[in-house]
Ligand binder design. Structure first.
Ligand SMILES: [Zn+2]
Length: 64
């Protein structure tokens, strides 16, 4: 059996007043998109441990 999973991140899930949403097939693929968005949209150039944990726990896995 092959399951297709999708990882979804919403900026609003970490308390940002922002409509950004990103999805990818793996967390490894999703992370760079979030980092890039944080940089361009929120001026966050350094993702510290605290923020990384927040982001990681906000990522939802969806099966379809
Ligand atoms: Zn955002």
């Amino acid at each position: 059996m092959l399951f297709m999973a999708k990882y979804v991140f919403k900026c609003s899930d970490i308390g940002m007043n922002c409509g950004f949403e990103a999805s990818a097939k793996s967390i490894d693929e999703l992370m760079p998109k979030i980092v890039e968005h944080a940089k361009t949209a929120h001026n966050i150039t350094e993702i510290n441990e605290d923020l990384k944990n927040k982001v990681t726990s906000a990522i939802k896995k969806k099966m379809f």
